[in-house]
Design a protein around this ligand. Structure first.
Ligand code: HEC
Ligand code: HEC
Ligand code: HEC
Ligand code: HEC
Ligand code: HEC
Length: 178
């Protein structure tokens, strides 16, 4: 019996070790391949798009906050006054919204007028030229490039070129690079 046990140990132990190493290696390869290139920056206010844009929630259009997306190169970030339209009443005493009141609610005792700055997670490098309104005017929806603004995707050169090639649009370097 003891003999059998020893054999068993000899057989199983290295096998076990092997499979553990195997699984770890696979996990590493998997994680490496799927690590998102974008890490969403931490904002002063923990804003969630889903609450504000989902059809069964507030159902606000993207352009309600990102006015530039149809008019100019940059989509832009919403002024805090937009938030106050609702948050003067909705979640009015919620601590998550204190920076909003401090920045823009003159009726609030904590008002300072100190602007609330939203940080960007996915800016393009300075050598790339992108213009929102040209794409909006061509009827391309926000979701084509921003499928879910709460889980940002990295804009890559191939994501631009795939669509440009498909629609016989400019692919010469000068179209996108300064
Ligand atoms: C109620 C206002 C509001 C609405 C409506 C809204 N956004 Fe935003 N959006 C924000 C705020 C505030 C931020 C900055 C905080 C953050 O990153 O989540 C932001 C950030 C973003 C960013 C991040 C850019 C970056 O590089 O960090 C994208 C992309 C974006 N919004 C796209 C959209 C799209 C697409 C829609 C429509 C589905 C939409 N937004 C609707 C307020 C809004
Ligand atoms: C059209 C109305 C409206 C506007 C404009 C609006 N919100 Fe909201 N917001 C809501 C509602 C409704 C909720 C959900 C309230 C609840 O949970 O009871 C909410 C929830 C939130 C929350 C709690 C977390 C979450 O998303 O569920 C935060 C933080 C917030 N909003 C920040 C903002 C900021 C910052 C802006 C401006 C960029 C903004 N909101 C603009 C209506 C609005
Ligand atoms: C063809 C792809 C594409 C479409 C369509 C598009 N975006 Fe963008 N968006 C981008 C790229 C690329 C950036 C990064 C721009 C930069 O850094 O100059 C960006 C950046 C943003 C940002 C960050 C702020 C800024 O101005 O850079 C917001 C907010 C945003 N987009 C919202 C929108 C909304 C809302 C729509 C729909 C009306 C939209 N986008 C349509 C590609 C797109
Ligand atoms: C989903 C499709 C799609 C994607 C993705 C896309 N584009 Fe476009 N792009 C278009 C369309 C359609 C036009 C033509 C608009 C017009 O007719 O004026 C255009 C036009 C342009 C133009 C103007 C070209 C010219 O000389 O007239 C530039 C620059 C541009 N895109 C850059 C970009 C960049 C940079 C990206 C990636 C960050 C990108 N595009 C991603 C569809 C797309
Ligand atoms: C339709 C738009 C578009 C066209 C056309 C285009 N690029 Fe790009 N390119 C981009 C975008 C967007 C990025 C930034 C990608 C990123 O940040 O990952 C980029 C990045 C690059 C980079 C930097 C790569 C890196 O990893 O930082 C080089 C080099 C480059 N492009 C060369 C070219 C050359 C050469 C051509 C012509 C053959 C060209 N591009 C045509 C959109 C374009």
């Amino acid at each position: 019996m003891k003999n059998l046990f020893n054999r068993f140990r000899i057989l199983v132990h290295p096998l076990c070790l092997f499979s553990v190493v195997g699984v770890l290696t696979l996990a590493l390869i998997y994680c490496h391949a799927y690590v998102p290139r974008v890490v969403k920056v931490k904002q002063v206010v923990p804003f969630l798009h889903a609450t504000h844009t989902d059809a069964d929630k507030v159902n606000m259009p993207c352009q309600g906050c990102h006015i530039g997306a149809e008019r100019g190169a940059g989509a832009g970030m919403p002024p805090v006054s937009v938030c106050l339209d609702c948050h003067r009443h909705v979640l009015a005493d919620d601590t998550r919204l204190l920076p909003v009141h401090a920045a823009a609610n003159m009726d609030s005792p904590i008002y300072t007028g100190e602007p609330l700055v939203w940080k960007l997670s996915t800016p393009l490098p300075a050598h790339v030229h992108f213009h929102h309104s040209r794409h909006a005017q061509a009827g391309i929806s926000c979701a084509e490039c921003h499928p879910s603004p709460d889980a940002l995707v990295q804009h890559t050169m191939s994501s631009c070129l795939d669509c440009h090639r498909k629609h016989a649009l400019p692919t010469d370097c000068d179209a996108c690079h300064h």
